[in-house]
Design a protein around this ligand. Structure first.
Ligand code: CTP
Ligand code: CA
Length: 228
């Protein structure tokens, strides 16, 4: 029956899924982060589990708990997420949903940074580039590379051009672009509007719930792995 098929369609396959936002420490009590809710990544991990896959779920700050049944690994910074992802490999597929901070403070203070008595100015924070986790996995060679590497692209303007270029730059197989302009309410909301790229040709998905996006993606993944 159809239910049985859905439950088994990714049996024996291992997926690494990143989700949530990373936190880049400024000092022991402060960090730089972003507005990711983790809802889309968590829904995708759940949809893969529903189809019988084994899921290594590597997650940063998130409004929702990791899905039961996943091997869940909580991380803080982008560097920690990078290590955890590479440790979780090999996998048949890897899906990068996390909102990874592009930069981190060059030096995190060991102690809480104090205001200087009487000072009227503020400290500036020197930033350095974080590793690109998706790109590092997409560019692995031979058997080390997952057969299917899926990225997201968060854009606020020029979505199709930016996303197409991003897919090529990163070397991922599929890319889901979403409009994260504040008026779309994507960050933190329950709906998502995806433009899907398996090639340079964009495929517009209707606005739908993050769960429906996850199921649609998981079904496409199951079709790809059918018989392999
Ligand atoms: N990503 C990642 N590691 C990073 C930055 C991004 O793995 N250090 C992943 C995200 O999880 C997402 C994809 O790369 O799947 C695209 O993230 P995005 O922020 O849209 O792209 P960037 O390449 O960082 O470009 P920009 O933020 O300048 O648009
Ligand atoms: Ca980025």
């Amino acid at each position: 029956c159809a239910y049985f098929e859905k439950g088994q369609s990714l049996k024996g396959k291992h997926f690494v899924v990143t989700s949530g936002g990373t936190r880049e420490p400024i000092d022991p009590v402060r960090f730089i982060s972003n507005a990711s809710s983790g809802k889309q990544g968590t829904a995708i991990a759940q949809s893969l589990l529903d189809r019988g896959a084994k899921v290594s779920f590597i997650y940063g700050a998130s409004d929702v708990p990791p899905p039961p049944g996943a091997d869940a690994i909580a991380v803080g910074s982008a560097q920690e997420m990078y290590e955890a992802v590479h440790q979780a490999l090999p996998a048949e597929g890897a899906i990068f949903c996390a909102a990874v901070a592009d930069w981190r403070p060059k030096q995190a203070g060991r102690e809480k940074i104090k205001k200087q008595a009487g000072a009227t100015d503020a400290p500036s924070i020197e930033m350095v580039l974080n590793p690109d986790i998706l790109k590092s996995v997409a560019q692995l060679e031979g058997a080390a590379r997952p057969q299917l590497v899926v990225g997201f692209a968060a854009e606020t303007e020029n979505l199709v051009d930016h996303a197409r270029a991003k897919r090529q730059r990163k070397g991922c197989d599929w890319l889901l672009a979403n409009d994260v302009s504040p008026e779309m309410g994507t960050f933190g909301g329950d709906q998502n509007k995806i433009t899907f790229f398996r090639s340079d040709a964009p495929e517009e998905w209707d606005t739908m719930s993050k769960k429906d996006v996850a199921d649609k993606l998981a079904d496409a993944i199951a079709t790809t792995f059918k018989g392999s």
